[in-house]
Design a protein around this ligand. Structure first.
Ligand SMILES: Cc1ncc(COP(=O)(O)O)c(C=O)c1O
Length: 402
């Protein structure tokens, strides 16, 4: 399918994001590939079709489900960002989680999940995997290698990681946990959506890395898409086979939008990281705030691991308010903001605030963080304007009687 070699990997990320996935895609010289929509693939004769069907997974192109010339460049760019061998594009970030779980787990087997995992991942384990006869153990996300080893059973097949955790931002010691898993032949899956290009999963022992491309890759709050990147070709084949069996597909129009988004991602992230940290520092200096859950903020929980393993951070973090403020008071504050939308998505160009108290499920820990919590996503707005807006919101929260 892709006859031209990929560009070398020794350039900086900015260069690679401009060039990756473009080899062999130029039609009539245009820089970007067109949108190839297609279900039927025509063959010159029956023998050609039969021969194509029996080619390797990579080369067999007999139907739209196998991908199109719009999917392949995106797969190449996402594999490049993550530093893996190959990528499989699927319909959503959630599908990028469930597909490899199904690829590696079967009846009678066992998966280890961090207690801070993204809520729909937990629901998939508690419902779909449970119905299939797969057992899940939730472990404290900050567990060490010895603690994790003690939880591994003969039937454990997958260690799932998400670092930092959804909503509560606990950092995990990925290399130590991955080594403990590998010592017992357990496959390591990581939801690397927050880490994006700031965390290189395959240098830290991960076998399969998951990206909700919906977030910073798409970057414009208008498409859902997932990417599964693997450390080896054999892992990719296993994941791809499962994706095809599930009928996983992503619209070429959406892939094209993601490809367009990814070209500017490093610039957006650089700006959003700086603005996010500026706003996080402002929160940390406020008397109303008990804790800022931003791993890149010095002094925040997990900062040492972040400093050891990450080269940067996106602009999504949590704020815990002092317990004298009620959940209702934090809701009034969020509703008073003019520049922050109330929404669950993140990674787009616009800022968001989402109250999270009451939306956090825990089974291996207390889930009590000391006060009401709000998750903030900082977009491309001027951070000074965002802070002015937050000042207004804080005044409403302080004056809230209810
Ligand atoms: C950490 C994480 N992983 C995966 C997803 C799922 O992505 P999608 O919305 O594309 O299904 C999300 C969405 O919020 C997320 O926050």
């Amino acid at each position: 399918m892709r006859d031209d070699p990929a560009p070398p990997r020794n350039h900086s990320l900015f260069t690679r994001l401009s060039h990756a996935g473009r080899a062999g895609t130029h039609v009539h010289g245009f820089v970007n590939p067109g949108v190839s929509r297609g279900s039927t693939v025509l063959h010159p004769d029956v023998a050609h079709r039969s021969a194509t069907r029996h080619k390797t997974l990579e080369q067999a192109l007999v139907y739209g489900l196998d991908g199109t010339p719009t999917h392949w460049p995106l797969e190449d760019v996402v594999a490049e960002i993550e530093g893996g061998t190959r990528c499989q594009i699927v319909s959503t970030g959630l599908a990028a989680i469930t597909t490899p779980l199904l690829a590696y787990l079967g009846a009678g087997e066992h998966v280890l999940m961090p207690d801070s995992v993204y809520g729909p991942t937990r629901q998939f384990c508690d419902h779909m995997l449970a119905r299939m006869g797969v057992a899940t153990t939730y472990y404290p996300p900050e567990i060490d290698a010895a603690g994790l080893s003690a939880l591994i059973r003969p039937e454990t097949r997958v260690l799932f990681l998400e670092s930092p955790g959804s909503h509560t931002f606990e950092m995990q010691d990925v290399p130590a946990l991955a080594a403990a898993a590998h010592a017992r032949r357990v496959t390591v899956l990581l939801d690397n959506t927050w880490g994006i290009h700031f965390f290189q999963p395959f240098r830290h022992g991960v076998d399969v890395s998951i990206q909700a491309l919906t977030k910073y890759v798409v970057g414009h709050s208008d498409v859902l898409l997932g990417g599964i990147v693997t450390a080896s070709d054999s892992a990719w084949e296993r994941v791809r086979r499962t994706a095809l069996q599930l009928g996983q597909y992503a619209s070429p129009d959406d892939c094209w939008l993601a490809l367009r988004g990814v070209r500017t991602m490093a610039v957006r992230l650089e700006r959003q990281m700086a603005s996010g940290l500026e706003v996080a520092r402002w929160f940390a200096g406020r008397a109303e705030v008990l804790a800022v859950l931003h791993p890149a903020l010095p002094g925040a929980p997990g900062h040492d691991l972040w400093k050891r393993d990450f080269t940067g951070a996106p602009s999504l973090f949590g704020v815990v308010f002092r317990p004298e403020f009620s959940v209702a008071a934090t809701h009034a504050m969020v509703e008073a903001l003019e520049l922050f939308g109330i929404g669950a998505y993140w990674g787009g160009y616009e800022s968001l605030a989402l109250p999270t108290t009451g939306f956090i499920s825990r089974s291996a820990g207390t889930g009590d963080f000391g006060g009401p919590m709000v998750r903030f996503h900082v977009g491309l707005e001027d951070p000074a304007d965002l802070i002015d807006d937050l000042e207004r919101g804080f005044a409403v929260m302080r004056g809230f009687a209810g």
